[in-house]
Design a protein around this ligand. Structure first.
Ligand code: DAT
Length: 180
């Protein structure tokens, strides 16, 4: 995606999120490889540091300790040059991000992707419904300035390529606009 090295610039971060299975990790890792930005997967970070606050039996997953996640990320976020991947966003400080990308996947495609992950019926249904109602897109719009929130399609491999090209252009533009 990007022949750019931005880590030393005063760029804060780009954040990708949406329902599980939409392609955040795929896009985030590829974007990091091509841009030189650092990719951080919040799910992995929480697992490694056990940043949890109990267990949700209904959804069969640990509950994220959001305050500890924010504390853990604060230093590298203030340095900048980070891509954050997570499926929620309302607990991150607004000042952390310059671009917010929300991926969107067609429901039947998303259903198949989540099925292959072995999600239980409730988790599967709720996640697809979350996508149908665009809940995480609304959450992003409520949490960040509309100017920096972008929704991009993530149904097929060509979408991945187009998204990478598009985000690289936004990054280049951001760098131009913010370098004196
Ligand atoms: P997420 O990180 O949002 O949970 P992922 O990156 O793990 O999603 O992707 C879920 C699955 O979908 C994985 O098998 C890769 C595939 N995938 C991701 N982006 C895609 C795209 N644009 N076209 C087709 N398949 C895609």
């Amino acid at each position: 995606m990007f022949p750019l090295y931005l880590r030393q610039l005063p760029v804060r971060a780009w954040c990708l999120w949406r329902t599980p299975g939409v392609g955040k990790t795929t896009l985030g890792k590829e974007l990091a490889a091509r841009s030189g930005l650092k990719y951080v997967n919040v799910g992995d970070l929480a697992r490694e540091g056990q940043l949890y606050d109990g267990y949700d039996e209904e959804y069969d997953c640990p509950i994220l300790d959001e305050d500890r996640v924010v504390d853990e990320l604060e230093n590298q976020m203030s340095e900048g040059g980070v891509i954050i991947d997570y499926h929620g966003c309302d607990f991150f400080p607004e000042r952390w991000f310059h671009i917010v990308v929300v991926l969107k996947t067609e429901n039947s495609i998303l259903y198949k992707r989540l099925e292959t992950r072995g999600y239980n019926e409730k988790k599967l249904k709720d996640n697809v419904q979350c996508e149908i109602f665009q809940i995480l897109y609304e959450e992003a719009l409520a949490s960040y300035s509309e100017d920096i929130v972008h929704q991009l399609p993530s149904d097929k491999p060509e979408d991945l390529e187009n998204n990478i090209d598009q985000i690289l252009k936004w990054i280049e533009q951001w760098v131009k606009d913010n370098s004196s």
